[in-house]
Write a protein that binds this ligand. Sequence first.
Ligand code: NI
Length: 210
Amino acid sequence: MRFAKPILFAIGFAACLLVAFAAVKAVRLFQDRPPASASGIAIATGEAKLGGPFTLTNHEGRRVTDADFRGRYMLIYFGFAYCPDVCPTELQAMGRALDLIGPEKAKKIVPVFISVDPARDTPAELAKYVKAFHPRMVGLTGTPEEVAAVAKAFRVYYKIGKPSAPGAMDYLVDHTSFLYLVGPDGDFAALYRGGTGAEALAEALEAAVK
Ligand code: NI
């Protein structure tokens, strides 16, 4: 039994590697800090079941569903038009990333802004807002229930803050900041962390969009 010990050791070592690999994969699914590789801003890919069917109203006042976007990728960001800093920064990065990847790939992607502040973000407000970030950006809003449903499907957290006086419209909305890529088939494709800038986003989109 001279070889029993080294063989057992090798099997044990291989098992440890497998467990470690599985653990790293699991953690990557929902960590909010950058992964080790500099190029990867994706914190989840297709295997995470995010998103689903929705019915909302676009910035032209038309009722739209997720099915209307089939055949193209959707790059979605959830936020609110009165957001003082985070939302405009992310939406700017989205628009710039689409410019960086060139027209051939960019035309396969619809940049989408979904409001989590339907009381203030009317279609008319969104029409003015999305134009500032990309000529093809689509703004989506809806009833509070419709917005809550789509946010839940994408596991977006948001909370309407307190206004300065009862009934005032100067509240802020606390919300998570991620970008979601939905494939041409309507299936979830990737989750990107916010705050990465246009270049990193463009790089991720280059790799993800076929
Ligand atoms: Ni915001």
